[in-house]
Design a protein around this ligand. Structure first.
Ligand code: PHE
Length: 347
């Protein structure tokens, strides 16, 4: 056999390797040719028939062919292995496809509104503070100068958490019916100057209707310092209402009564829908009531061991749902707790 035969054999081997489309068939080609009983081995066996000189030349040629074939087989196997990794089976997960998007939650419109109010007051120098939702009757009533047997206590009557027959304490546990008890916690904990707002949940025995829920939110405000006057209360709230409802918003203070403020005022804003002209939302009056306020009662300061001769303060409390309804144009407070995804996704 002459060397040109070896060249032909090499081409044949190369073609067979190229025809192998996966690792297993390439392996088979490799062992058919290079294995212990393979075709190249047979060439070596034939060497015995040659003269020593011929044997030397032919032997080297066969060995070169063997090395070339081995290298080609390795290359082919490597190429098929990396190809195999790329060609995924038909049912494999394609991680490069865009994913199924997860629906992100968002802050409830009531909490968005609460955050917005809190930020407005932050700009006016009021920091945020929080009070407990479970209160004692002392903080919910007595410390705020609300006599329990007085009609003034009625709107604040609420859910008690203990049994009056069993309770031997001088106070009872209840769900706070307003955020005002936080005023006392704050005044007990720090010295004036005090400028805080307290957002949070409150609880009342009101049955749910278009404008009431037994659980709702308030934002309390408290400022105590030397020389704080009713003018400060008016100024702060007038600015805050303009920030909240728009620069054209007017504010009106009507005399009112709260046991923990003296004097007290109910605050109205010019109707956000008709700008004061009169519509169904403001029942034709052009004004909408948004909060209760007043100068902190001297007795309340005294309970907090703050000298009413030296310090004075104002407080206010607003219903967050009510403000959200006005700002977002929601006609029924109950929508907020039905949590219909289409309703909530508007904001
Ligand atoms: N706590 C009162 C209420 O819930 C509102 C209020 C707060 C009034 C602070 C005056 C001062 O109705």
């Amino acid at each position: 056999m002459s060397d040109p035969d070896l060249t032909a054999l090499q081409s044949e081997f190369t073609a067979a390797l190229a025809a192998a489309k996966d690792g297993a068939s390439a392996d088979r080609v490799k062992s058919d040719w290079l294995g212990r009983t393979g075709r190249l081995r047979k060439l070596t066996e034939e060497l015995g028939k040659l003269s020593p000189d011929q044997k030397k030349i032919r032997g080297k040629a066969i060995n070169d062919l063997k090395l070339a074939c081995e290298a080609a087989a390795e290359d082919r196997l490597k190429a098929l292995a990396s190809n195999g990794a790329k060609a995924a089976p038909a049912d494999a997960i394609d991680v490069t496809l865009p994913g199924t998007s997860t629906k992100l939650g968002r802050r409830h419109p009531i909490y968005q509104t609460m955050d917005e109010i809190r930020e407005i007051f932050a700009k006016l120098g009021f920091e945020a503070a929080y009070g407990p939702e479970i209160e004692t009757s002392y903080y919910n009533f007595e410390a705020l100068n609300i006599p329990l047997d007085h009609p003034a206590a009625e709107p604040f009557d609420t859910w008690y958490l203990d049994d009056p027959e069993v309770a031997s304490r001088p106070y009872r546990f209840l769900l706070r019916s307003h955020t005002s008890p936080a005023q006392m916690h704050i005044m007990e904990a720090r010295k004036p100057p005090i400028r805080v707002v307290v957002p949070g949940k409150v609880f009342r025995t009101d049955p749910a209707d278009a404008s009431h829920l037994p659980v709702f939110h308030q934002l309390e405000g408290l400022m105590v310092d030397e020389g704080v006057s009713f003018a400060d209360l008016k100024g702060v709230l007038a600015i805050a209402m303009k920030e909240l409802f728009g620069a054209k918003t007017e504010t009106r203070f009507r005399p009112s009564y709260f046991p923990f403020t003296e004097p007290s005022a109910e605050v109205d804003v010019s109707c956000v829908l008709c700008a004061g002209a009169g519509c169904s939302a403001c029942k034709g009056s052009g004004w909408i009531e948004v909060l209760g306020s007043g100068m902190v009662h001297p007795k309340v300061l005294e309970y907090a061991k703050i000298d009413p001769e030296k310090y004075s303060g104002f407080a206010f409390g607003m219903g967050v749902e009510r403000i959200a309804m006005l700002k977002l144009g929601v006609p029924d407070i109950r929508h907020f707790i039905r949590s219909h995804p289409l309703f909530l996704r508007q904001w």
